[in-house]
Design a protein around this ligand. Sequence first.
Ligand code: ADP
Ligand code: MG
Length: 323
Amino acid sequence: MMILALCACTSMQPSSASFQAMDTLMSLKVYGGNTNLCDTLKSRIQTLDGLLDATDEKSEIARLNAEKSAAVSEDTDALLQRSLTLCEQLGDSFDITVCPAVRAWGFTTGDYRIPSEHERKALADRIDYRRVKADHGTYTLSAQTELDLGAVAKGYAADVSADLLRDGGAQAAVLNLGGTIALYGKKPDGSRFSVGIADPENPAAYFGTLDCDACVVATSGGYERYFERDGKRYIHILDPKTAAPVDNGVRSVTIVTENGTRADALSTALFVMGLDRAADYYRAHRDFDLILLTDKDELYLTEGIFDDFSLSDGYDYTVHRLG
Ligand code: ADP
Ligand code: MG
């Protein structure tokens, strides 16, 4: 019995990997399945990064942005199709053609600046996903249009990873893709997954913990990338209507749902919507869960996860239930 128990234990040691991709530190933990599954995931994610990174001039997205028309790989095609559908569903809060505005504010280079109102107006006019046309894997952009898949690339990487884990026979996996956390399968010891939700003021700490089964937990926060001028903070999440950083009292939005690409898009979009519109969007759909923190330390949790969330010690947020 003892020996059996020991064997069971050692065979359940996860394999793991940490590496830099998509501008963030990723860490993977995989239980069971083919040997090298971690390496397979890692190299697939790095390949995706090389296709999707608009700031890498060799990427397919950069080429499309420069040449305005190009045939793309299956992955880029799949993600563009999903993203364009999400743009339609999410209305004016989410748009994958924010690229010129993200660049103008300096978020791609770190050379931060505040574009004039006139420039912002011109940038906002350039944001419109309807100017992206698809035809059997060939995409065409209008002359002023450029793509930025920063809001969905990690979510798509989560979806691709889930397929690889299934094909490779993994039992479970915890993939931290930098703010987007994918939980796959069932843990060997039968316990549920437990995910820390980053404190926007101190992202190394967690303001709370969520217990959940297989799903994707995607968080958007102003803290990932921002700059300050005259005491005001400018974050990398932009309102497509104004081409300016969002400043609506939201500090972080976490989405819990099965599809990673959708989770990632929703976390960005509901951040842009702000509390009231995000709550309305939730009530109209109810096929995802939401954790929204405001700058007044008000924390909103949807009913589907309300009982699975616990606030960390030392955080006296006011907790509200969204139903
Ligand atoms: P993070 O990359 O920090 O996890 P998000 O998933 O919210 O955060 O993605 C933010 C990135 O998405 C920005 O860096 C920018 O490239 C892009 N982006 C910003 N605002 C929008 C928007 N309203 N719609 C679509 N993409 C956006
Ligand atoms: Mg996102």
